[in-house]
Design a binder for this molecule. Structure first.
Ligand code: ANZ
Ligand code: ZN
Length: 807
């Protein structure tokens, strides 16, 4: 059969379906001697259509899953839908379609597209986070965490977008605007639910040691967690109060010329009540976004009437309210050391404060030796910290601070998991009873697109009885951040129909941790930190083994067009469906694998790449078609001709390399180039080779098996043509035979006066002298040597060539 993907691919997909070929076993079906492999890709958001980024991610994952199955592993390769979130709600506002309907339609569409690609997902394990059978477990986790004290409520400044009526995450805010819609964002204090993720900050850092992850992802996480070691120091104020600062540079204490407090610091808030100028300044800062406060070059301040007393010199130190001091970092108060801190320096210059130098060092911002610091002069910065802590007695202690914030999970939106709590006029905020889960999202809501959450418009939802005292109460209308959904989804695949627990411990023991997770680098911090955090919660609840969920992580590069990310706004999208409709899935898969190493970007350069892949697949089909299936085994080595042996060596060397590339190095692009080289070697076998039948059969079988993870449809077709009844994807991955890994003969090219005149076979072990003799005896070279005088014979290093000079 020739390469006819459009006819053959649906037929082969049907065969796979009927054979239940992608099914992963349950824990009980796995024997102690079995090896398991959990292959995970980041679950898609059902936006409507799959894009090339999905195609690349899923193809790469599928190559690994299919390879591992053929190697005899029990393989888990699932997919689901990250299906809560704003776009569905925005679509509802815009088109008047209920988010559930929009989401279902999109899932159906995208699932069809993914199935056409022949990705070997176990669809019996499919999950969708918007379904009650999934999100009830978000609520279940919330209640468990509430019991453990891992959930708390607090008044915190949030990024409030008035137009959307919702709180935004810091990374959704760019230049004081919602990154997506451009609506302005302001700071507003609100009562929020938080997960106490900072309790796990240290473990989230130390856990990196056991992870085979890209170094840059670990670095991004380290930066995000932002561990800072320093000291807390208490200053007395002139009015008798005390204020605490966090500093990483206690050694600079003698250089303090001012103190800066956050505009939200309680002392500033209090002082502002009787100081209109200060009040106006605080209001001005409140209107700035967090980003602006952090990034802004302009350090703004306002001097309050408060003063601190320097603990060593007893001098009075003015206290400012400043925009660059954040309330939620450290203690919300900073000792200002203009000579040695850049921000303090800018601030002091602006407000005309003294800038005394107290550290001698090549770089003013770096530690060094103390000067102008009384009895501490001459000490190194490091020694000075210890000496000062000792001298300051109870006033100072070493302390650690993290940039990581507790995870605010409240969203004032409809399309998310309802937070399972109730507001009782007597009992306050009360958790829902576990037996009442799930708290269902109501259907009778209005999507106006303005103001408060649509949930506040549903009476059936709002009215409830207090779980504690039974009084008429109001149900919580906040829904959960959708990052909650994706923080444990891969565990639900293991037991997707469980109605007692999110998943059974036995399933977790059988499959966890994930062996390989492939996804985009854009998830390096939030998703991959929240998921690690949730895994530790699951561990602490006794649900899951080990400490870390994803043993190995690979971040695949983007698919670009004309150097840009494909996106709707750029109008440069190439629709995978169109490519498949024209060229078939195998060609697209092969292109995705071949185009670049997994971590690198792919540039979509028109259809040339796909056509190249098509030509190769066509050639592979022709090779098999031209060969008559042969049942004879490959004869013993001694019997084979030099060319036959050379092909056998090529086959096994390729197999060895490909096996290694797929199992450890995750080099997929070289899989394709190796297959291409091997195809050339197959073409070189002479038509009249005496053992062509069995040698060719062997070579084509190995070729087909190696092709199978990348172009699985064509591989099935070739496997049939080669005379096999079973599925190629169920055949065993071949083993590279030791005896064929090293060539025992090599070819030496013979040149006479610079022209190639022939080739000779010599034992691989042949030395320089033996090669020279073999070359001089080369039959094709004889006519060019006859009657001439040999001037010299050169054998350059490597010995693959012998150059004869005659006169
Ligand atoms: C005095 C000092 C002198 C400082 C010096 C630095 C250099 P990292 O490394 O990021 O943790 N700081 C403390 N709390 C702050 C807050 N809430 N908002 C803004 N800045 C704050 O930085 C810690 C340093 O950042 C602290 O050490 C403090 O300034 C400032 F030569 O104290 B330092
Ligand atoms: Zn009550």
């Amino acid at each position: 059969m020739p390469f006819e993907p459009l006819q053959q691919e649906p037929r082969i997909q049907q065969r796979w379906m009927e054979a239940g070929a992608f099914k992963a076993p349950r824990a009980a079906e796995i024997k102690a001697s079995d090896r398991t492999f959990y292959m995970l890709v980041m679950l898609p958001y059902p936006s409507g259509r799959i894009h090339m980024g999905h195609v690349r991610n899923y193809t790469l994952g599928d190559v690994v899953a299919r390879f591992r199955r053929m190697r005899g592993d029990k393989v888990m390769n699932p997919l689901g839908w990250d299906s809560f979130g704003l776009p569905a709600e925005n679509a509802a506002i815009k088109n008047g379609i209920h988010p559930a309907k929009w989401t279902r339609a999109n899932i159906q569409e995208m699932k069809g597209q993914i199935q056409k690609m022949g990705i070997s997902y176990d669809w019996d394990r499919e999950i969708a986070t918007f379904l009650p059978e999934y999100y009830r477990w978000n609520q279940w986790f919330f209640l468990k965490m509430w019991e453990r004290g891992d959930v708390f409520r607090a008044l915190r400044n949030v990024n409030w977008c008035e137009a959307l009526g919702t709180v935004l995450a810091n990374e959704q805010v760019v230049d004081g605007k919602d990154e997506r819609t451009g609506h302005p964002v302001v700071q507003k204090p609100m009562e929020q639910y938080f997960f106490a993720i900072t309790k796990y900050a240290d473990e989230l850092l130390s856990g990196h040691d056991q992870l085979d992850w890209p170094e840059n992802v670990k670095a991004m996480q380290r930066h995000w967690i932002g561990k800072s070691e320093g000291a807390r120091l208490t200053f007395d104020l002139a009015d008798g109060k005390q204020v605490q600062v966090f500093t990483t540079r206690l050694d600079t204490l003698f250089g303090v010329t001012f103190m800066a407090l956050s505009t939200e610091h309680p002392f500033i808030v209090e002082a502002a009540e009787s100081d209109p100028g200060l009040k106006a300044f605080c209001d001005q800062v409140a209107a700035m976004s967090r980003e602006d406060r952090l990034m802004s070059d302009i350090k703004l301040g306002h001097r309050s009437r408060l003063e601190a007393i320097h603990p060593f010199t007893g001098e009075k130190v003015p206290i400012f309210a400043a925009n660059y001091v954040l309330m939620d970092y450290g203690t919300g108060a900073v000792m200002g050391v203009p000579a040695h801190d850049e921000r303090d320096h800018a601030f002091a210059e602006k407000y005309g404060l003294p800038i005394p130098k107290v550290i001698e060092s090549t770089d003013p911002w770096e530690p060094g030796i103390l000067v102008n610091s009384g009895e501490f002069d001459g000490l190194t910065s490091e020694a000075a910290v210890d000496a000062m802590v000792a001298k300051l007695g109870g006033r100072a202690e070493k302390a650690v601070t993290f940039k990581l914030k507790d995870w605010g999970l409240s969203r004032q939106r409809y399309w998310g998991t309802p937070i399972p709590t109730i507001h009782c006029p007597d009992c306050g905020v009360v958790p829902e009873k576990p037996e009442n889960l799930p708290v269902l999202l109501p259907e009778d809501v209005a999507f106006t697109g303005t103001g408060a959450s649509p949930l506040t418009t549903s009476r059936t939802f709002l009215d409830c009885a207090c779980p504690r005292c039974g009084k008429p109460s109001r149900r919580e209308t906040d829904t959960m951040d959708t990052f909650v959904d994706s923080s444990w989804y891969w565990m639900r695949y293991l037991d997707p129909k469980n109605t007692e627990l999110p998943f059974a411990r036995a399933e977790a023991d059988a499959w966890s941790p994930v062996d390989l997770y492939i996804g985009g680098i854009e998830h390096a911090t939030m998703h991959l930190i929240y998921a690690r955090y949730f895994y530790k919660i699951m561990r602490d609840l006794g649900l899951a083994p080990g400490d870390e969920p994803f043993r190995k992580l690979i971040c695949q590069g983007m698919v670009l067009k004309d150097g840009f990310k494909m996106s709707k706004s750029k109008g440069n999208i190439v629709d995978p469906d169109e490519v498949i409709a024209k060229y078939g899935a195998d060609a697209l898969r092969l292109f995705m694998i071949f185009a670049a190493p997994i971590e690198k970007e792919i540039d979509w350069t028109g259809f040339e790449g796909i056509e190249g892949a098509t030509r190769f697949l066509r050639r592979a089909a022709r090779m098999v078609e031209d060969h008559a299936p042969c049942k004879e085994p490959v004869p013993a080595k001694e019997v084979l001709t030099a060319e036959e042996k050379a092909l056998m060596v090529k086959v096994h060397q390729t197999l060895h390399k490909v096996t290694d590339d797929l199992s450890h190095r995750y080099q997929f692009n070289t899989l394709v180039s190796s297959l291409m080289e091997m195809a050339n070697a197959l073409a070189d076998l002479p038509a009249d080779a005496p053992h062509r039948g069995p040698v060719m059969q062997h070579a084509l079988e190995v070729f087909t098996l190696m092709l199978s993870p990348a172009a699985p449809h064509l591989a099935e077709q070739l496997w049939e043509t080669l005379g096999h009844a079973g599925l190629c994807m169920h055949a065993s991955w071949p083993v590279a035979e030791e005896g064929w890994l090293t060539a025992d003969e090599v070819t030496v090219v013979v040149q006479v006066n610079g022209k190639v005149r022939g080739r000779v076979q010599v034992p691989a072990s042949a030395g320089e002298e033996a090669r020279r003799e073999a070359a001089l005896a080369c039959p094709e070279a004889q006519p060019h040597l006859a009657g001439k005088t040999i001037v010299k014979v050169v054998v350059p290093p490597g010995g693959k060539l012998v150059s004869i000079v005659v006169k």
